[in-house]
Ligand binder design. Structure first.
Ligand SMILES: [Zn+2]
Length: 260
């Protein structure tokens, strides 16, 4: 009771103490938020080499094609789930496979939506089914207690998107279309043809690559009049590609073989 602790004065002091504490707490909370934001920014993606290669590779154009061709045919929750899966597979480490549980997806989807109560296990499962039906996801292994193993498909592997991409390409006619057909460097589907021809192996160090870690190297450099043609391009890892630079091919190969 007040009298026991010295009456009004005691309460004033106590109140002041509480207020001060509140201010300190607020500052602390703000600090924690700041730190969390920093950590989030710094959060290392799983494969450093892959991240280093990020801009040099196909990723920016893949993201464009996802936004242009896939998102328009998805519902909002399908979009949310696809973004989550894409972020934690292809964007994280260049792999198309990801094992994930429905619970993880509910939490992920909930954190993306303001009205959290709307996200139920049922709606997540429905969205997964929808993505499977479109061909944006395939189940690629046994279900374990860690969830289901999915393969996250890209627009050029999804039938409806393929049709949309084709329809847009048909609109490009005449000289531009001819140019596209001859350009094996800038046109994604042509690039893939070179990678496939070379079995996704680096021409120089023989490293096995994926479509996310493979780059194209001009045999005759562009600066020396080399074309973006099928025969003038070869599959290379980013390391060998940047190591070679503009050096003549034979010089580079001899140099590389004497080093190793
Ligand atoms: Zn290499």
């Amino acid at each position: 009771m007040p009298a026991v602790h010295g009456g009004k004065e005691f309460y004033n002091r106590l109140l002041l103490k509480i207020l001060r504490r509140k201010v300190i707490m607020k500052e602390k909370i703000a600090k924690i938020h700041e730190l969390l934001n920093e950590i989030e920014k710094e959060e290392p993606l799983e494969d450093i080499q892959f991240v280093k290669n990020f801009d040099a590779l196909e990723i920016p154009s893949i993201i464009c094609s996802v936004v242009d061709y896939l998102f328009p045919i998805l519902s909002p929750i399908e979009t949310t789930i696809y973004i989550y899966l894409f972020r934690h597979s292809i964007l994280a480490n260049g792999q198309q496979h990801l094992r994930v549980s429905v619970t993880t997806l509910i939490n992920a989807a909930s954190s993306h939506h303001k009205e959290k109560s709307n996200i139920s296990s049922k709606s997540v499962q429905k969205a997964l089914k929808g993505l499977e039906e479109i061909g944006a996801l395939t189940i690629d292994g046994e279900v374990t207690h860690d969830g289901t193993l999915y393969k996250v498909k890209l627009p050029d592997e999804i039938p409806t998107c393929q049709e949309r991409i084709k329809a847009i390409n048909i609109k490009i006619t005449g000289p531009i279309q001819e140019k596209r057909e001859l350009d094996f460097y800038n046109v994604t589907e042509n690039r893939l043809k070179v990678f496939e021809r070379d079995a996704y192996k680096c021409h120089y160090c023989k490293k096995q690559l994926t479509r996310f870690s493979a780059t194209l190297d001009h045999i005759q450099p562009v600066s020396k009049g080399g074309l973006n043609s099928f025969d003038n391009l070869t599959t290379s890892c980013l390391h060998c590609n940047s190591e070679r630079g503009n050096r003549p091919l034979m010089d580079f190969i001899i140099d590389k073989s004497t080093k190793s």
